[in-house]
Design a protein around this ligand. Structure first.
Ligand SMILES: [Zn+2]
Length: 300
């Protein structure tokens, strides 16, 4: 059986035909477009779907991973639409179901579907319980147990790990709180903190690349690793999962911070044993594959 998996991000829409082993058989992508509005983003998603259906018409399930707080049972974006302007409140499933009446549409939060992928065929597949941390522009999360699947929470804000408060009265977050984890542990946070320290704008990659030559880069990245270790210590004590899987774009630079993060975790936590911390395997494809799996698991 095959499904379509769509990974919707602030910059690009990635779509793929996914088989029941989690392989991507065909890919299509398009720009999401800045400030184009929800209807235009939906139109671009359907162009990706149309292209994929032209290649493979024997498909009934379409899964979509979207940023924001997502009511996954009704396929709607709630009050927070992530980094897509005007996306909050969009009835993704309702609108796409009108265009594709013969297909079943499923929508999940982007970090949750990435977690579904890693648990299915990736770094979390041997864990009975794991927490996925996605370090990209922000910090996304998924909480999973084999018995219960993904934890969605009462208001579909379960696993919004980026908005736990790490430093009370700390840096202002886009969600309205102060001191959120995402403001210290994410690609954007690294860039902002570097700018505040030096007055110079470097992108994340440049900051990592100058770890050995620019002491300011080292300060920012070491702090990032230690903050992540503090947060993992809390997650261990709150959830006691078998594993923590760390993915997202920042994992590509893990050589600069992984060892310090693990050492710091061992220093900070009361009992470091019994938790495996592992890098994700699927990285950029996790959202697309996990969205396909969401459809595969829920089709009737
Ligand atoms: Zn926040």
């Amino acid at each position: 059986m095959k499904t379509i998996g769509i990974d919707l991000g602030g910059t690009s829409i990635y779509g793929g035909i996914i088989n029941d082993k989690g392989q991507i058989l065909k890919r299509v992508d398009r720009e999401t477009g800045k400030s184009v509005g929800a209807d235009e983003v939906l139109r671009r998603i359907s162009l990706v779907i149309d292209d994929l259906l032209k290649i493979e018409n024997d498909i009934i399930g379409i899964g979509i991973g979207s940023p924001g707080f997502i009511d996954t049972y009704n396929g709607k974006v709630l009050t927070v639409g992530g980094n897509i302007e005007g996306w909050a409140g969009t009835d993704i499933k309702g609108k796409l179901s009108k265009k594709y009446p013969n297909h079943q549409i499923f929508v999940g939060n982007d970090a949750n579907v990435a977690g579904i992928c890693e648990g299915w065929i990736g770094a979390g597949k041997d864990f009975d319980s794991y927490i996925m941390i996605t370090l990209g522009t922000g910090l996304g999360g998924a909480i999973y147990t084999k018995k219960q699947g993904i934890w969605y929470g009462q208001n579909f804000q379960g696993g919004e790990l980026g908005h736990a408060i790490l430093y009370p009265n700390g840096r202002k977050c886009t969600c309205g709180q102060n001191g959120c984890v995402e403001q210290y542990i994410s690609g954007t946070a690294i860039e902002k903190l570097y700018f505040e320290l030096t007055g110079k704008s470097l992108n994340g990659k440049e900051i990592f690349r100058t770890y050995d030559t620019d002491n300011n880069s080292k300060i920012i990245i070491d702090n990032f690793a230690k903050n992540l270790a503090i947060y993992i210590s809390s997650l261990k004590n709150i959830f006691d999962p078998e594993g923590i899987v760390i993915g997202g774009g920042v994992i590509n630079s893990k050589d600069y911070w992984w060892d310090l993060m693990v050492d710091s975790y061992r220093n900070y936590v009361n009992d470091p044993k019994g938790l495996e911390i592992v890098p994700a395997i699927y990285l950029n494809d996790a959202g697309m594959i996990g969205a396909g799996k969401l459809a595969l698991d829920n089709m009737k």
